[in-house]
Design a binder for this molecule. Structure first.
Ligand code: UD1
Length: 445
C-alpha cells in the first residue's frame, strides 16, 4: 500500500512574527487559542443545527404559526430564515433562542439561488413544496464541501412517488399534480433523502414506506414535530418509516423545542479530553451518543450520566483508538474531526476510516500544521499520537473541522490562530464563549 504522506514539516508551519502580524492585520475574524486546562465548571449544549433547519423547512407544509424554542444562535438558522422569507414565510425572533415562523399560505415555489447555495439543508424545502404546492424549483444545494454530495436518492424516491423531475447544471425542477404513496428502499441510509421523502409523503395519496431510512435523532425530532402537526407516521426512530398521507389543510402550525445538539455536546467532551479537567456537559443526551461515548471511554475519558447531561473527566493521557464512520447509530462522520484531533495527542496509533464522505479529510493538513503526525490514503487516516501540538496559523475548512482545530489548539504550545471561522459560526452557538466559560484561553478577534 502506498501511503500519501501529508505530514507537514513542523518548522515550516510555525507562526513566525511576520505571519502573525499579517494574520492580525487581516480584518476577517479569527479565533485565537492558547494552551489551556484543566477545564472546569459546566457548559450548556444548544439546539441542533441538523434538526432546527429541517424543522424550519417543514413549516412549508401547513399554514399557521410555528414557534421553535431551543433554537441555536448560528448563521445557518439565519440563512434558512432568509430562504423561507423569500418563499413567503414570515420569520420573527421572539427571544434569543425562540423563533416564530408564520406560513399564511402565500408561498412561492421557486427557491432563490443565493439562499440555497449557502447551506445543504436548503434541499429540505423540496419535499414540502412539492407535496403541498405541486412544484419546486431549486438550485443544487451548497453547504460543507466534502467532495461529491449527490442527491440521487432524494430524486429517485420522489420519482417513485410520481414526481417528474428535470435536472440541469443549474437547478432541479420537480412537479407533480399529486404524489402517491410508494415503497421506497434506500440503497444508503441517507439523512437528507429520508427527510425529503418523509415530508413529501405527508400529503401523498395512500401510504409511503421508507425502508433503510436513516435513524439519526434529528429525524426523530422532525417526525415528532410532524406528528404534532397532525401527520400520521409509524416506526419513528426505526429504519422502516410508514407515512399515511393526510388531507391538505388538515395539518397545523405547532410549538416545538429543538432537540439538543449531539455534535456540539461531543465537541465539549473532546475539549475536556484534550485540555484535561472535570466538566458537566449539561443537556447532552447520552442515549443519542452511545457509540461516540464508548469511543471516548476507550480513549480513557471518564463519562458519567447525570440528571441533566454528562460529567466528563479527562485522563492523564489519552489512548489512541481506531474507528470507522457509519450512519446512526454508528460513529457520525461529524464527530470524526474531533476524534482525529484527540488521537493526534494520544498515546499510540489510531486508524480512522471515513465511509460517508471520502473527501472529508481536508482538515488533516491543518492539524499537521500544528505538528500532528497523520498520513492519509484514500478514505483511511493513520494518526500517530505526539506529546503535544505547537500553535500555528490554520484555516477552518468546514464547520466541524473548524471546531476540531479550536479544540486541538487547547493542546498546542503557543498560539493557534484559526481563520475562515465563518464556517464555525454556521453551526456552533458561541463556541468561544462556551469554552472560555470552562476556563479555556480562547478569544475571537
Ligand atoms: C447530513 C448532515 C451532515 C452529516 C450527514 C451524515 C445536514 C444539513 N447535514 O448531510 O452534517 O455529516 O448528514 O450524517 O443535516 N448519498 C447518496 N445519494 C443521495 C444522498 C446521499 O449517495 O441522494 C450519500 C452521500 O454521498 C453520503 C451518504 O449518502 O456518502 C450520507 O449522506 P446524507 O446522509 O444524505 O448526508 P446529508 O443529508 O447531506
Amino acid at each position: 500500500m502506498r501511503w500519501r504522506a501529508v505530514k507537514a514539516g513542523v518548522r515550516g508551519f510555525r507562526l513566525t512574527a511576520g505571519a502573525y502580524l499579517n494574520a492580525m492585520n487581516n480584518q476577517s475574524p479569527r479565533i485565537i487559542v492558547r494552551r489551556s486546562g484543566p477545564l472546569s465548571g459546566n457548559v450548556q449544549v444548544p439546539g441542533a443545527k441538523n434538526s432546527v433547519l429541517k424543522l424550519m423547512a417543514a413549516s412549508l407544509l401547513a399554514e399557521g404559526e410555528y414557534v421553535f424554542t431551543n433554537v441555536p444562535a448560528i448563521a445557518d438558522v439565519d440563512t434558512m430564515s432568509d430562504l423561507l422569507t423569500a418563499l413567503g414565510v414570515k420569520s420573527k425572533w421572539l427571544g434569543p433562542h425562540e423563533l416564530s415562523l408564520t406560513n399564511s399560505g402565500n408561498i412561492s415555489t421557486e427557491a432563490p439561488f443565493e439562499n440555497v447555495d449557502k447551506i445543504r439543508a436548503s434541499i429540505n424545502v423540496l419535499g414540502p413544496l412539492l407535496t403541498h404546492y405541486g412544484q419546486a424549483l431549486i438550485n443544487w444545494p451548497g453547504g460543507d464541501d466534502f467532495g461529491g454530495r449527490p442527491i440521487d436518492l432524494h430524486i429517485s424516491g420522489l420519482q417513485k412517488m410520481g414526481a417528474t423531475i428535470e435536472q440541469n447544471l443549474l437547478n432541479i425542477n420537480a412537479y407533480a399534480k399529486e404524489l402517491r404513496g410508494a415503497e421506497i428502499e434506500l440503497s444508503f441510509a441517507s439523512v437528507g433523502a429520508t427527510e425529503n421523502i418523509l415530508t413529501a409523503a405527508i400529503y401523498a395519496k395512500g401510504t409511503t414506506v421508507i425502508d433503510n431510512a436513516a435513524r439519526e435523532p434529528e429525524i426523530g425530532d422532525l417526525c415528532n414535530m410532524l406528528v404534532a402537526m397532525g401527520a400520521q407516521i409509524e416506526g419513528i426512530g426505526t429504519s422502516r418509516l410508514m407515512i399515511h398521507g393526510s388531507k391538505k389543510g388538515s395539518l397545523r402550525g405547532v410549538r416545538h423545542a429543538v432537540i439538543n445538539d449531539r455534535v456540539q455536546a461531543a465537541t465539549y467532551i473532546a475539549a475536556v479530553a484534550i485540555a484535561g479537567g472535570d466538566v458537566q456537559v449539561r443537556g447532552a443526551r447520552p442515549e443519542h451518543m452511545e457509540m461516540v461515548i464508548n469511543k471516548y471511554t476507550q480513549m480513557g475519558v471518564s463519562i458519567y450520566p447525570q440528571r441533566d447531561g454528562l460529567r466528563v473527566m479527562a485522563p492523564e493521557r489519552l489512548s489512541a483508538t481506531d474507528f470507522a464512520t457509519l450512519p446512526y447509530p454508528g460513529i457520525a462522520t461529524d464527530y470524526k474531526p474531533l476524534l482525529v484531533a484527540m488521537n493526534s495527542v494520544s498515546n499510540g496509533v489510531g486508524i480512522v476510516t471515513e465511509n460517508l464522505f471520502p473527501g472529508r479529510f481536508r482538515y488533516i493538513e491543518e492539524l499537521c500544521k500544528l505538528g500532528a503526525d497523520i498520513r492519509i490514503d484514500g478514505h483511511h487516516a493513520v494518526i500517530k499520537g505526539v506529546d503535544h501540538l505547537i500553535g500555528a496559523a490554520v484555516t477552518a475548512p468546514d464547520i466541524r473541522a473548524g471546531a476540531a482545530l479550536v479544540v486541538a489548539g487547547l493542546a498546542a504550545h503557543g498560539e493557534t490562530v484559526i481563520s475562515e471561522i465563518h464556517h464555525i459560526d454556521r453551526g456552533y452557538d458561541d463556541l468561544v464563549g462556551r469554552l472560555s466559560g470552562l476556563g479555556a484561553d480562547v478569544t475571537r478577534v
